[in-house]
Design a protein around this ligand. Structure first.
Ligand code: UDP
Length: 231
């Protein structure tokens, strides 16, 4: 079938007037696509982890675009108009945050922190403050407040979910979409978009293994899937 859009990690196909089929690829990119590679089996892991987390969040009252898993690498979702924002929630300092403020990776934050980046490959997803989001009309005040509240709720739910599976949720990125005036959680939630550290060893079990050439990338993704499906 004709694809609608191909991104760095996923391909979108039309699946009826109101729904899409999302295909998860094994291709991996980092540092604004300057680094490219393949993580065999990643597409299957990300599809199944995302599907499981969307179902878990829905069961706890979070509205998402997720409809159903249709194969190992594919899910069906509602069509939404994606807000051009990456919404990041941090529990501990890592990655660009640790670098920006000169703090050690793993430093706990006093409160969970919501940050926004403008989704723009040419600009390298720059940080954007809430006032600029409103001034540029990227979201309305009420939408932004809903995005923030939902992100904090998702953070608490996911942190519990992973803690029960021996994983420390350090930070993650969400994207939201609009459908018939309603804000829905969209995109994916996977080891590509989260930092998860093993509670016992402190080892990263996510895309940082690829970003930092730590080795054992495939194995870490498979281990996250195994723990997520453990229920
Ligand atoms: N993240 C993402 N997509 C991006 C940027 C970040 O999924 O384009 C995720 C990343 O995996 C991490 C969190 O958002 O879990 C915070 O990332 P950070 O801002 O520290 O950026 P990074 O150091 O990963 O570039």
């Amino acid at each position: 079938m004709e694809k609608l859009y191909e991104g760095k990690a996923k391909v979108l196909f039309p699946a009826g007037p109101d729904t899409l089929r999302v295909y998860f690829k094994d291709e991996a990119t980092a540092f604004n696509a300057q680094k490219r590679g393949l993580i065999p089996g990643k597409g299957v892991v990300n599809n199944k982890v995302s599907a499981t987390l969307f179902r878990y969040l829905e069961a706890h009252g979070v509205k998402t675009h997720f409809l159903e898993e249709v194969s190992d690498r594919e899910m069906r979702v509602l069509r939404v108009e994606i807000l051009p924002l990456e919404v990041i929630l941090r529990f501990k300092a890592a990655g660009s945050f640790a670098k920006r403020y000169g703090v050690k990776e793993g430093t706990p934050l006093k409160t969970p922190l919501v940050e926004f980046s403008l989704k723009s490959d040419p600009l390298g997803d720059p940080l954007i403050c809430p006032e600029a989001i409103l001034a540029l009309g990227l979201a309305a005040e009420e939408e932004l407040s809903q995005v923030r509240t939902t992100t904090l709720k998702v953070g608490e739910l996911l942190r519990d979910f992973f803690a029960q599976r021996g994983l420390d949720l350090i930070d993650f990125k969400l994207e939201f979409g609009k459908r018939q005036g309603e804000i829905l959680l969209a995109d994916e939630i996977s080891p590509d978009t989260m930092r998860l550290w093993d509670q016992k060893t402190g080892e990263p079990m996510d895309k940082d293994r690829f970003r930092k050439d730590l080795g054992g990338v495939e194995e870490a993704y498979q281990e996250v899937l195994r723990r997520v499906l453990r229920g």
